[in-house]
Design a protein. Sequence first.
Length: 305
Amino acid sequence: MTPALSAFIIVLTSLNIAGAVWLMLSMRKRSGEEPGPSSETTGHVWDGDLGEYNNPLPRWWLWLFFISVAFAIAYLFLYPGLGNYAGRLGWSSVGQHQEQQRVSATQAEQLLAHFAGKSVAELRNDPAALVIGRNLFANNCAVCHGSDGHGNPGFPNLSDQDWLYGGTPEQLEATIAGGRSGMMIPWQVALGNDGVENVMAYVLSLSGRSVPAGDVAAGKQLFATNCVACHGEDGKGNQAIGAPNLTDHTWLYGGSVDAVRASIANGRQGQMPAQLERLGPQRVKLLAAYVLSLGAGGSSGAAAR
């Protein structure tokens, strides 16, 4: 706040207080004065003979106002309220917030110290650790993966046995800590409409499905030329790079004909943000333990889609 603005606020506040005191003093009830027919009125008359008297306020009412003004003056002396004046006590909302953060951080460190040195696999079997992990999940992950971990279109289901990057405790910890970035490039321009339809027909055939359009044999040839580098010759994916398994019935962006066609033609991009810097290593382990407890913690890890 500039000095000029600070001075303006101080002067304006002081004038308001002084004006309130003057108004109350002018309204004091003079001793011995009683309202009556000859008392001064405001000039307002209702129903022909009902007038409004201009009498002073009762003393007890005025004292309440005086007490309020005294409280305001004391408050402005002790706490910030007059421009740049910080108050005698030196209190500030920022300082209070920072102190609360320090207290919360100390309490959290004391709570997390109980789980220090334990692996994700050990924490998975610790009920107290899972309670904390569940709270961390609700605050940081549920918006994408759902409160039950069942996922949403474009966000993996964490309660099954399908994993893009592997489902071991170590792999889960690495995923949460460092995040993941996946990309499926668009093939519309390279393959054309017929090529997209043929590849789609072949991809769906890998999981036992068939579609009326598209040539499966031609799609297989295109798949061998363009897709095996990521998805493998058998279409079962590659967890090292997060390439999905195409031979099951789990689809990250949906397994309908239109959804698969859109994935091939337009590509997909997904990102799991890294959590290590925000949460710290101990919270990451607790979160990984909770994800394992959802029932998905296997090491086979067919890639989730």
